[in-house]
Design a protein around this ligand. Structure first.
Ligand code: BT5
Length: 323
């Protein structure tokens, strides 16, 4: 169920240049004109340009240019997403979403933000999160065992890649959790969970996507906005669309049902790599033979094929050594 504000935004978009009166809006939503005018003020505050039409009514002049949670809510179509929460700026959407997870909120709850002051990557790393990007965290309560959350991360990366592709951008994936455009990282995922021995209580799927090329000095970063002209809110909605579909496929058939699509986009296939553990120690090096139906990276070396469950992968040719 959309919030009142998102419903008003949707009505404004629907009515186009003709505009819509406060009375009509009140009738559609079943609220007073006073309530409508308060919500219109809040939408303006959030970045919607709304003019007064024909004395009494409202006309949408321009949609927000920055990421606005209400706009994401308006654009999201998949019913899997039951609540879109968020603020223009926060510390980390994963932290915000974990609070909601612990409070018992349902699967399909989302926190989005347009900027993070403490964006987190994996293993204590930082995710640069200036305005112009999309930062979102989705709460899911999968029926899988804790060991299946690693392949869920791959499924989600694939979902993000597909979502971005729905906007017209060709994306690749890099095991385990990177989404790339032309070999550069456009999105990263951080999954955090709470589990008992054999049961997952919740997983927070965090995803950061670079949209506009502002404030990020990383040479290895890619930006959706370099390829298509699209507002961050539309990117967030597209990512959520792709995530919902991939999540459903994962729940129904495990990673095996996504393996073919993942492999077809995987940049590491056939490449010489080194896989390191969290301490930076090389655990195996060899040539990537693929990703199996459990989401493990298959690395071929002198003694055979090693399936890798977790780790950091670097290309050996870019290291200039045979580590
Ligand atoms: C990730 O970590 O790729 C996971 C990033 C998850 C971010 C989202 S944003 C919403 C949610 N809330 C959070 O607080 N986090 C999640 P990792 O694989 O460890 O990659 C981190 C590395 O990517 C850094 O060490 C940098 O080298 C690089 N990096 C940092 N910011 C980047 C950016 N904006 N674009 C591309 N690369 C970046």
């Amino acid at each position: 169920m959309r919030s009142r504000r998102a419903q008003i935004a949707a009505e404004l978009v629907r009515s186009g240049d003709a505009g819509v009166s406060g009375e009509q809006l009140g009738g559609v939503l079943g609220v007073s004109r006073m309530a409508i005018s308060k919500n219109i003020a809040a939408l303006r505050e959030a970045g919607y340009e709304i003019a007064v039409a024909r004395g009494e009514g409202y006309r949408l002049v321009a949609l927000p240019r920055t990421l606005v949670p209400v706009e994401v809510e308006r654009l999201v179509t998949d019913p899997f997403w039951v609540r879109i929460d968020g603020a223009p700026e926060t510390g980390s959407t994963n932290d915000d979403c974990k609070v909601l997870a612990r409070a018992g909120e349902p699967s399909g709850t989302v926190v989005v933000s347009g900027r993070q002051s403490g964006g987190k990557g994996r293993l204590g790393r930082t995710w640069e999160s200036p305005e112009g990007g999309v930062y979102l965290s989705a709460l899911v309560r999968p029926s899988c065992a804790p060991a299946d959350v690693a392949p869920l991360a791959l499924a989600c990366a694939l979902g993000v890649a597909r979502g971005l592709e729905s906007l017209g951008v060709v994306c690749e994936v890099k095991w385990p959790n990177d989404v790339l455009i032309d070999g550069r990282k456009v999105a990263g995922l951080l999954l955090e969970m709470s589990a008992e021995t054999d049961r997952v209580e919740w997983v927070v799927v965090g995803c950061g996507v670079n949209v506009r090329r502002v404030g990020i000095g990383l040479p290895g970063a890619a930006f959706v906005g370099d390829h298509v002209d699209v507002a961050p809110s539309n990117v967030a909605a597209a990512v959520l669309g792709g995530l919902a579909v991939a999540y459903r496929e994962f729940e129904a058939g495990g990673f095996a049902s996504l393996q073919g699509d993942y492999e077809s986009r995987h940049v590491l296939g056939g490449r010489a790599v080194a896989v390191r553990d969290g301490e930076g120690e090389v655990v195996v090096s060899g040539v990537v033979a693929g990703v199996d139906d459990l989401g493990r990276l298959l690395v071929r070396h002198a003694e055979g094929i090693v399936p890798v469950v977790a780790g950091e992968v670097t290309l050996r040719e870019s290291e200039g050594s045979d580590t």
